[in-house]
Design a protein around this ligand. Structure first.
Ligand code: GLC
Length: 410
């Protein structure tokens, strides 16, 4: 299609539940399309994502290409996550993009496309935009300059209602869905009132988290970027991204790793308090090449393969089984949907974790998880999430969820 003179060609995460272009979904779609040999389509997916990059480098987490679809979702969500304040008035222009980010996985997707079809001209065209984006993240999202980037709302994590944020939001253990969503809205309303300006949000925002999953993907993407910069002859850029990637791992180890528990916690607020709930985010540093072997061993032996925590019949659950908030079906007691990412198994995160396992030589375990993930999709199709105890898809989980096709890559 075309909007405001800008061409687009992308895949919706789900035609009914998620009818727009989502940032990390599109990166996964590009990887799946590459794997299927649809390189041109994979490239357009990335190009469409880059169309709304602003001058400073920001890339949005949703692009509302077809605003007529906005009526499918409760209108306040789109209003809260976008900048134009008066866009709810009938005659005002509708927002084109959200003002939030999602985990930075675009460099990995571009690298996969380039590996499949080494088109240097295309890479040279795309790389400066990726560099600008990663520099934006460092400039505006790392206010304490420790190497870790900060998210300013739960949705930016990609794991929307990750229970590790309950304490950040001042919630009791195992709160009701409507309480969690109310707090999420509160955070976004404040960000909206602050005009989504990074400096103001840093000073007056309600939510500031150095998230383990976001930073693990950030570290991985900085290494992809460094390799692609070398290919394009940009040695100085390559060096600085390499050292930024090293700094991410060092900071994760120094600030988020719990020596006693052998696991990582996201940290929040100025005091950098650890949010101690075991979620799959706590395992994600496994995707980092330079994670020390001792730390890798403890993550795997004490947690990932622990049947009381993450090694359930259909691994890997988004929350460890022995946490009070663990909700495997994705349903609340009364039958309504529970907040997302509080127990079910998701395919994109299994894709990351199997990558990490292979990277550290645990091929057999990676294979076992890949096989179990594949069995879920073969039996039930590309559902959004599954019960890790029974393998049943969640009653409320979207059907035909784009990134679940990552099983093809697994
Ligand atoms: C849900 C997920 C988010 C994803 C979106 C579209 O909100 O939590 O990570 O990007 O759906 O699939």
């Amino acid at each position: 299609g075309e909007r405001d003179g800008k061409q687009y060609h992308y895949t919706v995460p789900s035609p009914t539940s998620y009818p727009f272009q989502w940032f990390w979904d599109s990166c996964f779609h590009a990887i799946i399309l590459t794997r299927l040999g649809e390189i041109d389509q994979a490239k357009s997916e990335i190009e469409s994502l880059l169309v709304w990059q602003d001058e400073e480098g920001f890339l949005p987490h949703i692009i509302f290409w077809d605003s007529s679809k906005m009526k499918l979702l409760p209108p306040h969500w789109n209003w809260l996550e976008t900048k134009p304040f008066l866009s709810f008035l009938p005659l005002m222009p509708k927002p084109k993009t959200s003002a939030q980010i999602q985990p930075p996985v675009i460099a990995q997707a571009v690298e996969r496309i380039f590996e499949a079809r080494p088109d240097k001209d295309w890479l040279k065209e795309i790389l400066p935009k990726l560099i600008l984006y990663h520099d934006w993240l460092e400039r505006f999202r790392d206010p304490d300059k420790d190497g870790l980037i900060t998210i300013i709302a739960p949705f930016e994590s990609g794991l929307d209602q990750n229970p590790a944020y309950d304490q950040v939001l001042g919630l009791e253990t195992a709160p009701q869905a409507r309480e969690v969503l109310k707090r999420n809205r509160g955070v976004m309303l404040r960000n909206k009132l602050l005009g989504y300006r990074p400096k103001l949000i840093n000073a007056f925002g309600k939510f500031s988290v150095e998230d383990v999953l976001v930073n693990s993907t950030y570290g991985q993407s900085l290494n992809s970027l460094a390799r692609m910069a070398t290919i394009c002859g940009k040695e100085a850029d390559s060096d600085r991204f390499k050292s930024r990637a090293e700094k991410v791992t060092e900071a994760l180890l120094a600030k988020c790793y719990d020596q006693k528990e052998g696991i990582f916690w996201s940290i929040y607020g100025r005091e950098e308090k650890p949010a101690k709930v075991k979620t799959l985010s706590s395992l994600l540093p496994l995707i980092l090449t330079d994670l020390p072997e001792e730390v890798v061993g403890r993550l795997i032996d004490e947690h990932l393969t622990n049947p009381e925590e993450f090694f359930l019949p259909f691994p890997i659950p988004s929350v460890a089984k022995d946490e009070r908030v663990f909700s495997p079906s994705g349903e609340e007691e009364g039958g309504g949907p529970s907040p997302l990412w509080r127990g079910p198994t998701w395919i994109n995160t299994n894709w990351f974790l199997t990558q990490g396992l292979k990277l550290h030589g645990c091929d057999q375990l990676a294979k076992e998880i890949a096989q179990k993930t594949k069995s879920l999709a073969l039996k039930h199709g590309f559902r959004e999430y599954f019960n890790p105890l029974t393998g049943e898809p969640g009653r409320w989980s979207a059907k035909s969820l784009g990134w679940s096709a990552l099983v093809i890559d697994l």
